[in-house]
Design a protein around this ligand. Sequence first.
Ligand code: 4AD
Ligand code: MG
Length: 500
Amino acid sequence: MIIATIDKLKDNVGKQVTLAGWLYQSRSSGKVLFLIIRDGTGLCQCIVEKGKVTDELFEKLKHLGQESSLTVTGTVRQEQRSPGGFEMTVSDAKIIHQAIDYPITPKSHGVDFLLKHRHLHLRSQRQWCIGKIRHTVVDSIRTFFNAHGFILIDTPILTAMVGEDKESLFEVDYFGDPLHLTQTGQLHVEAAAAGFGKVYCFGPTFRAEKSKARRHLTEFWMVEPEIAFIDLDGLLELAENFVSFIVAQTLQKNKAELETLGADIASLQKIEPPFYRLTYTQAVDILTGEKTRKSLADQLNQLQNDKQQIETQIADLEKQQKGQLKQPKMDKIAAQLIELRSELAEVSTKIENNPKHAELAAQFRWGKDLGGSDETIISQMHDKPVFVTHYPAGAKAFYMKTDPANDKVVLNFDLLAPAGFGEIIGGSAREDNHDLLLKRIQQQQLDVENYRWYLDLRKYGSVPHGGFGLGVERTLAWLTGEKHIRQCIPFPRMMDKVYI
Ligand code: 4AD
Ligand code: MG
């Protein structure tokens, strides 16, 4: 028996093939069964007519539980209306394993329930689409750097260094001595850049973020290129070419998945260099300006209208629920209600937050780091990613190079994805002067002994160099339109819970 896969059905129209997979959904209308089979490459509707298979098999298939595994054999037909565009007329089937009472039904479930069942929820359409896009993003990251002459350097996960900030370190007992899980591979790729010129590391990084915010995981994947002999302008140019490449690859390879997820494809198609550039000081002017005040007030109005509309829809469905309806219709209403109530909760939170965010923005003072809501405001005003450069030295990590033209700021940048998504990249030119770097390490009360090797890099052939880090999950959330980045990693780790 040769097993065909659903993604190759177009080459098998009119032929008899066997598919091996799982039962995704089924319904029957008396003498015909409609089985939707998934095999990891796609979905296919398989039609079983009574009389075309044995009565015994027909009955078994009719009562087969969701997610049972099976093979089906039959003839392939083109069918526009079917998911995937093809259908199979079944002549035989073999049940491999019967699943009974699969916990995730086609009805909607709450987020918490689905996270507890992530090992099974990975089989859902949404998770499947996100997983495929994640694969493309990771692959394009490697392809881009490999094609541009970068060497992959694997950096350690156990380290004595504080890479970013002391507050978000995970401590590990290393044979009686404390070490940390790495927050960034950057310090080590800096050493490698002096050996290879252009390098990148790509792996998991860890931050004990005491935050349940939608942008924070405690374990996330980051790619970090590091380049010898580069300045801030060179870094911005590299970053915009890199991000544009990832977007183009995703559009080319995963259009169908983006459509299924309801991603904003038209906006993604606009992503090409050059991106917008703002200095931090200009960003502060925007935040505290009249235009921002007005646009937040308009947003509040819009949100209140949306809330009213959702409430009306909910009331209407609740009324219908009280009537005499058939079970499938009841299930549909229940699913719609779960969806609408979660939308209502979201809009209500936004209404609650709007005045807080407006106040934070209006009172923003030069010197602070931009917060999540400030980034959202700036990025909502742009239809393409925007670089924010030259942050106050006091708000940023010790390794960033002081601007020789203005010692209050550093030569760094954050890249904010458009339409409110916020930061997906952080990067900078590195302090390459030994004494200035030592001063910064001491100012931030880091243990100088741990940084001797890092300071050495500034003693033996120091060069201007720099790099950046792009977070994979944040990038995916932006591309797919997912609200929370926990949906963008197969097994998320968050502050409040590690489920599986
Ligand atoms: O801005 P960050 O902290 O920069 C660094 O770690 C630098 N050492 C990178 C470098 O210059 N080589 O983090 C970089 C990116 C962020 O822009 C964001 O996309 C992601 O990493 N990130 C997180 N993603 C998910 N959860 C978190 N808690 C994250 N913290 C940062
Ligand atoms: Mg950052």
